[in-house]
Design a protein around this ligand. Structure first.
Ligand code: PXP
Length: 242
């Protein structure tokens, strides 16, 4: 499986102070250097983490594929057509949510999505839809012309984190079934959301079906923790060294 590294929450820390650090652009370059297959970022309508300039710089400086997550709005499509990421992943977006909750309801917005997607595909951008692992959503994604689906692993991740392993196992089966339907229809299958260093292990069993995982929060969380000691030592050396 490939790994797309989502760098949104590096920007979340920066935006907490509206300052220049930590830079998601640096994080993207380090992820690339470390062997990531893709950089994933979500430009939200309220710009709570990633800013337009981050996207532009990442597009310019990063040489691995760039996957832009965005809501299906006119504003975002205009930006995507200008910046031309390798892939656009359409996600539902609500201002009050903490993170993307639930997948896109493709079934009930087929006509709108079909019209929305066409110019993106016309510009050579791969289009993926972030959906719950449900067969009807997969079929609708195919009908609207999506190249791929990203299956929402949030339910699986939450169940696993709450140690409800039997239910997590059922959710894995749901992901597997949805993935198989997508592959039979000839569309690519990715997955992500809520995956951690612990719960990712179950998902790895679906490696014949899921080609790629997009993981963000847990990687950023671990980077903060593992990098903390070094950061403190360097500041002490600076203060006491002189
Ligand atoms: N995939 C999609 C479509 C997402 O919206 C997100 C969160 O922005 C992720 C993957 C990454 O999720 P997490 O930060 O929980 O790893």
């Amino acid at each position: 499986m490939r790994l797309g590294v989502n760098i949104d929450h590096v920007a979340t820390v920066r935006q907490a102070r509206r300052t220049f650090e930590p830079s998601p652009v640096f994080a993207a370059l380090i992820a690339q250097q470390a062997g990531a297959d893709q950089i994933t970022l979500h430009l939200r309508e309220d710009r709570r983490h990633i800013q337009d300039r981050d996207l532009e710089l990442i597009r310019e400086l990063v040489s691995i594929p760039v996957n832009l997550e965005m809501a299906p709005t006119e504003e975002m499509r205009t930006i995507a057509l200008r910046v031309k990421p390798d892939r656009v992943t359409l996600v539902p977006e609500r201002r009050e949510e903490i993170t993307t909750e639930g997948g896109l309801d493709v079934v009930s917005s087929k006509e709108v999505l079909k019209t929305f997607i066409e110019p993106l595909k016309g510009a050579g951008i791969e289009v993926s839809l972030f959906i719950d692992p449900e067969e009807d959503q997969v079929r609708a994604s195919r009908e609207v012309g999506a190249d791929a689906v990203e299956l929402h692993t949030g339910t699986y991740a939450n169940l696993w984190n709450e140690h409800r392993f039997k239910e997590a196992e059922e959710e894995l089966k749901r992901l597997e079934r949805a993935g198989r339907v997508a592959r039979d229809l000839g569309i690519r299958v990715y997955a992500g959301h809520g995956l951690t260093y612990q719960n990712v292990k179950g998902i790895l069993r679906l490696k014949g079906i899921i080609e790629e995982l997009n993981i963000g929060h847990s990687i950023v969380a671990n980077a903060v923790i593992f990098g903390f000691e070094r950061a403190v030592r360097e500041m002490i050396a600076l203060i006491k060294g002189g």
